[in-house]
Design a protein around this ligand. Structure first.
Ligand code: NZQ
Ligand code: ZN
Length: 385
């Protein structure tokens, strides 16, 4: 097992009716910037619950944070936050709203010339406004982690940054808030969570049997519960399991002491940046092609995955590695997730070229061995045509 440094500063308040706990969780004296997205919180009753719980506290609202939140929009919120001298940020919505709010938290007190440097130049987060979330979409794990992914329209970039100062102080997870999610978002959330686990699990053995079993528990749970999670009418227990699985998949626990891959995320972000696909849609395209490309280096863990997750065994004439990758694709298809660039009408040659060029310009190396170079990315994307 590798050395590690684990910190988990986020209080999780989980369950039915827990939005009302905001009354205890935020002090009366805070001046709050309440951030939200395109309006889902007005249709599903979450806004009313939040407002009722905040009572007479001073609240300024900033809505319209888009899916794949943009620097351009968030800088408007930064202006509002500075002008209003807010002391606390409350994100209400999905990962995009929360990631955007993490950026706002770091950008308001940023003392350099341009807060974009937090993303493009790894500028240090010296201070951040305290923040918290009411998370309504299980997927990103943002509710319990220190990362954020921000896009910039003008340059078609999508970059991430992280610091413990931008981790939420608390996150309220009420599975009932997920009832209003369209199926496509739930499908996306299941796939994003699944691949978060795979990025931290499917590398090479580092003597981490506990972390492996923890990862496998989440994978198995998502596989077994997916139909119930997607069923109508919504099933509370299945949604609760989904919500907690998504949080556990990327709250830092699984990455303790192991090596992580994250190449699929790196490539996927570029597909979103250039073609606008939802985050999880990009992952489902890249992941199967990437593990096929890296199957020799990942062989031991793929065999473990094949046996423990899908119950596949070595039989003469069977290719266990390919069967495990195939079973993963079959799962994605079963829940309605496409796995090819052509499913979205994207020309693979063009996409592969654009992303290779960008990675060459940035000198990007990906994967647990940092040996996925721009030319490899080109081949992986052609294989995902
Ligand atoms: O904007 P509103 O109107 O709220 O609607 C949203 C949006 O249209 C809607 N929605 C959210 N909760 C709902 C709901 N609709 C009905 N009922 C509800 N309860 O769902 C749509 C998608 O929301 P979004 O927040 O964009 O989805 P998600 O949570 O999947 O977040 C995606 C973003 O997170 C980043 C992605 O790259 C992407 O930008 N990620 C963040 C990570 C992190 N911070 O650790 C890790 C991930 O790998 C990922 O990169
Ligand atoms: Zn993800």
């Amino acid at each position: 097992m590798k050395n590690f440094n684990f910190k988990s500063p986020t209080q999780i308040v989980f369950g039915k009716g827990t939005i009302s706990k905001l009354v205890e969780l935020i002090s009366q004296d805070e001046k709050i910037l309440l951030t939200y997205g395109g309006g889902s919180i007005f249709k599903n009753g979450v806004y009313e619950q939040v407002k009722a719980a905040l009572g007479a506290r001073k609240v300024v609202e900033f809505g319209g944070i888009e899916v794949n939140p943009t620097f351009e929009t968030l800088m408007k919120a930064v202006e509002v936050g500075r002008h209003e001298k807010v002391t606390f940020l409350l994100a209400v919505g999905g990962g995009s709203v929360l990631d955007g709010t993490k950026f706002i938290a770091a950008a308001i007190p940023f003392e350099g010339d341009d807060p974009w440097d937090l993303l493009s130049k790894n500028a240090k987060v010296v201070r951040a406004i305290p923040l918290a979330s009411v998370m309504t979409l299980p997927a990103t794990g943002s509710e319990m982690n220190s990362g954020a992914v921000i896009s910039r329209k003008s340059t078609q970039e999508k970059l991430s940054f992280g610091d413990w100062k931008i981790a939420p102080q608390f996150s309220i997870l009420d599975p009932e808030t997920t009832y209003s999610l369209p199926k496509i978002q739930i499908r996306n959330g299941i796939v994003d969570s699944y691949i978060h686990v795979m990025e931290q699990y499917l590398t090479y053995p580092v003597a981490s049997p506990l972390q492996d079993r923890q990862a496998e528990a989440i994978l198995k749970t998502l596989l077994e519960e997916a139909d119930a999670i997607l069923a109508e009418p919504a099933d509370y227990d299945a949604r609760a399991t989904y919500m907690w699985s998504a949080t556990q998949a990327l709250n830092g626990n699984l990455s303790c002491g192991v090596v992580a891959d994250w190449a699929t995320h790196g490539i996927g972000h570029e597909i979103t940046a250039f073609y606008g696909l939802a985050h999880a849609e990009t992952l489902a395209i890249v992941y199967p092609a990437l593990i096929r490309y890296k199957k020799e280096q990942k062989r031991e863990k793929i065999l473990q995955y094949a046996q423990r997750i899908f119950g596949l065994c070595e039989l003469p004439g069977h290719n266990l590695v390919e069967e495990a990758i195939r079973a993963t694709e079959v799962f994605f298809h079963r829940i309605g997730m496409p796995t090819r660039l052509s499913d979205y009408g994207i020309d693979a040659q063009e996409a592969a070229q654009r992303i290779r060029d960008r990675f060459m310009a940035r000198n990007t190396k990906l994967g647990e061995h940092r040996d996925i170079f721009p030319d490899d990315v080109f081949k992986i994307l052609l294989a995902a045509a």
